[in-house]
Design a protein around this ligand. Sequence first.
Ligand code: RVP
Length: 506
Amino acid sequence: MAIYFEEPSRTFNEYLLVPGYTSNHHIPENVTLATPLTKYRRGEEQPAISLQIPMISAIMQAVSDDNMAIALAREGGMSFIYGSQTIEDQAAMVARVKDYKAGFVTSDANLSPEMTLKDVIALRDTLGHSTMPVTEGGRAHGKLLGIVTSRDYRLSRMDTTEKVSSFMTPVEKMIVAPADTTLKTANDIIWEHKLNSLPVVDDQGCLLYLVFRKDYDSHKSNPQELLDTHKRYMVGAGINTRDYAQRVPALVEAGADVLCIDSSEGYSDWQKFTLQWIREHYGNTVKVGAGNVVDAEGFRFLADAGADFIKIGIGGGSICITREQKGIGRGQATATIEVARARDEYFKETGVYIPLCSDGGIVYDHHITLALAMGADFVMLGRYFARFDESPTNRVNVNGSYMKEYWGEGSARARNWQRYDLGGDKKGMTFEEGVDSYVPYAGSLHDNVAVTLAKVKSTMCNCGAVSIPELQEKAKLTVISSTSIIEGGAHDVVLKDKSNYGSSSI
Ligand code: RVP
């Protein structure tokens, strides 16, 4: 006979935290958000990898490339580079994160001298910044010919057909630095010559990096950075249950710090086989998460199979239509609560604490706090990060508003048939489980994460907690009625500025 879960399947929106006692010790400055990423014997040892903030970015083409990984590691979180690409391309992204020299930026678009002012304006609007190097043929590592900044052109005085070569600052008039320049020296040069940016070139004069004045400052003000023992940024990578024998060695070789099996449904033999293969070939030296699951049985299966962390969530992602298409899934709050109970039982039995990740369905900043209070150790976010400058997609103007594109890994666009496999060849994916969409452009990752975490810390203080484990222990949660949801927003008043309202939805 079929099993019925009598408890309705609830979402984060149906819960609130009831405040606890706040002492004068419970202030945001005292809150630490450090949290374990991989399993460990709690009380006896430290986890091999911990995050400084409880946020990781989704294993998705529209979210997690090397650029995102660097920006998020700088804040203390971690990206999992998407696996729906060739092994070589994914390994190259991982390697770029590991090779990244803080403060040295690889230019994301170069101009060629033949381009026009019109091209410059279009590129500036897409990229969101106005300093662009000019190289031979516009190539990424081409010979440096000059630079264009907002000071080099005036739209009111110039024709948009004017060629870049006629208004750029030519390389002869620029200060450039050689390849072996340290960040300290670069900053001294920037300071001494009152520059905003300094190009670094090789001995052929080809462009390697740009060092920006503001980057050096921000580097200095990021004490939370997530670094490995060689002081390189940490990065994760998604894998699938098909080509692991080739993909895992390439990713390990490239320097990935942790892997995660990326699947919409993780309670399967395919995940067990993948974990077994990794243990056989690497023992415990390669850390790997698994998922996704939404109940105690699924958790126990992946815990016994050897997962280092376990991801929760089926069908709750903003771009995900798995529930509509296949009728499987569970409300994200209910799933998190049940899996966390199973994890705590497992810990009592074995002494091993397996960190949990609540993946998908975070719509408001406070949903992060709810997920943590319910027992998650960190959350995975897709839509949230897709909106930022650092995500892999271009900013586009849609009816006068800036947007970023965001599509599901199960959409035809991602053609990620591996993620939805049940073994066998699924190249001919017959139906989609994700949509292709826009999300409102929201600016820089740094600024947005700061606001989000300020809210998380503030709520933790209201609950009398200065750490995530303390929050999990002390949290008091209440289910709310639909009318109390209305009561929780601005109501029964005439808003002066509707455009600002709802901005708390992230
Ligand atoms: P969200 O943060 O709500 O945008 O959700 C992101 C999550 O959605 C991902 O981490 C993944 O688990 C899930 N996802 C990604 N693609 C798809 C799909 O196409 N159905 N779902």
